[in-house]
Design a protein around this ligand. Structure first.
Ligand code: ZN
Length: 334
């Protein structure tokens, strides 16, 4: 099966051509325009998608790897995400589907992240999914290929958002995740004691917004110099990681008490790029004999290859619907 997919839910304009389980071509353009604003500006994001998507699609087809009429289906992210950005990508892709008289498949962005580890791993069930992105922090349980349940999520900021907001408070550029990880390498992770909201609750819910408020107070009390930035980055990264681990530990105990023995965990989304978090999670799960899966590097952030893969994996289950409308919020139903 040959699929052409697009992803435009936030600030990456991405397209992918996938044949069965092979990425034939994958182009992702990260919008630079948001850097000077310290975060994604929705209106600028939709305009930038509009300018770029046609250019990179022409670039892909000019390579003459395949002819557009050989494509079996056209897929696009239809939510959740920024509504203007979703409309650009989905309308563009839908137009291609109509002009080549092929089915249009709407894909849930979160489902794309969730299924990303099944592209390069043989998943052992029950599989816990830790979704760590700039827009979501969620824990799902997949008991088999077709059943998924949301066990918990952040009740306020997403984990990636917490990284970006912390970076902004201490004067680091957007996107903040990689910057904080870099600065943290030379900092004292025990320098600042930061709050750990909801840590005592035996569930998979998280809360990160209070940490940002606490850091804001620290920036008022301290001189923001190189040492402060490094120590705060290290303390923040350690705090966030320990929150994840302690909450996962409590949540797993609860699942065990219901006779659910998790065999593997998939760590997906852009924050799964963070090596410090990965190492700590791997240590924690290896002690429990739980396998840890990651997506391919190119499927970690927002990308069209996970959308193409989601389309191929669930093709027969998806409704072929040319009138499907993008939505800013969507629930995952596999
Ligand atoms: Zn995402």
């Amino acid at each position: 099966m040959l699929v052409f997919a697009t992803e435009t839910s936030c600030d990456e304009t991405s397209i992918c051509l996938m044949k069965d389980k092979k990425i034939v071509e994958h182009i992702t353009f990260s919008q630079e325009i948001h850097k000077k604003h310290g975060g994604v500006v929705p209106e600028l994001a939709s305009r930038a998608h509009l300018e770029k998507i046609q250019i990179i699609t022409n670039e892909l087809f000019s390579k003459k790897i395949v002819e557009p009429n050989e494509i079996d289906a056209f897929a696009a992210t239809c939510g959740p995400g920024l509504i203007g950005s979703l409309l650009v990508g989905s309308t563009f892709t839908k137009s291609l589907a109509i002009s080549f008289n092929k089915p249009f498949i709407p894909i849930n962005h979160l489902e794309g992240h969730i299924l990303s580890t099944s592209f390069n791993n043989k998943i052992k069930f029950p599989n816990l999914i830790l979704l760590l992105t700039g827009g979501h922090t969620q824990v799902y349980l997949m008991t088999n290929e077709n059943e998924i349940e949301l066990l918990g999520e952040s009740i306020d900021d997403a984990i990636g958002e917490a990284f970006d907001k912390t970076a902004k408070l201490i004067g680091l550029p957007y996107p903040g995740g990689a910057e904080i990880e870099r600065k943290a390498q030379e900092g004292d992770e025990n320098k600042f004691l930061l709050p750990r909201p909801l840590i005592k609750e035996e569930n998979f819910n998280f809360s990160f917004s209070g940490i940002k408020t606490h850091i804001n107070l620290l920036t008022k009390k301290n001189k923001i110099d190189k040492t402060f930035i490094k120590d705060l980055s290290a303390s923040f990264q350690k705090n966030i990681t320990e929150i994840l681990i302690q909450k996962l530990d409590k949540g797993l105990n609860r699942l065990n008490s219901h006779n659910i023995k998790v065999c593997s965990i998939s760590v997906v989304g852009g924050v799964s790029n963070n090596i410090y978090i990965r190492n700590k999670l791997e240590n924690f799960f290896s002690n429990k004999s739980i396998e840890v899966y990651y997506p391919l590097k190119e499927m970690m952030g927002d990308n069209a290859s996970m959308i193409a893969w989601s389309c191929i994996k669930n093709y027969n289950k998806n409704k072929v619907d040319l009138l499907f409308k993008p939505k800013a919020r969507m629930n995952v139903v596999l």
